[in-house]
Design a protein. Structure first.
Length: 154
């Protein structure tokens, strides 16, 4: 594959990844705002003002999704959504460990094990979509130190 074709493919894949993540966060954000009480059972007991926190997470998800689609805010959105995914991990753990029923449904290990295992992927995805990292695909050119060119490179 030529360099130009590879770059076009990478650009398309990166854009699709960013749009997909933004859509997912926007949808989940709306759900948090429309049905905050549904999320209260998985909130750890040490979280103050749980209802307001659930509403705040909905606002953060929608804001992050919007910012992810904005070139100027993309980097910050990637960092913030990655931190967000890290911060909600305790709720996901509580949901799994305590077998909390949501909406009358008790989800089993078939849901919780992949969900917990994929949380680092969501963190990576936010960082990648925000162009904070490109790993494992390639190193970001602006993050690599400039290497002196040799005769072989030219």
């Amino acid at each position: 594959m030529s360099t130009a074709a590879r770059r076009a493919t990478e650009h398309w894949a990166s854009r699709a990844s960013r749009i997909g993540l933004a859509m997912a966060y926007a949808v989940v954000g709306v759900i948090h705002l429309r049905s905050p009480d549904a999320f209260l059972p998985i909130m750890p007991g040490w979280v103050p003002f749980p209802h307001e926190v659930v509403l705040g997470t909905g606002v953060c998800e929608i804001a992050g999704a919007t910012a992810l689609l904005t070139h100027r805010l993309r980097y910050a959105a990637g960092v913030m959504l990655a931190l967000y995914a890290l911060c909600v991990y305790p709720a996901n753990i509580k949901h799994a460990v305590e077998g909390v029923t949501l909406g009358g449904t008790k989800l089993g290990l078939w849901y919780h094990v992949p969900r917990l295992a994929l949380q680092p992927v969501f963190i990576w995805w936010a960082l990648h979509a925000g162009r904070v990292i490109d790993w494992p695909f390639r190193a970001r050119p602006d993050l690599r130190p400039e290497m002196p060119r040799t005769e072989v490179d030219q």
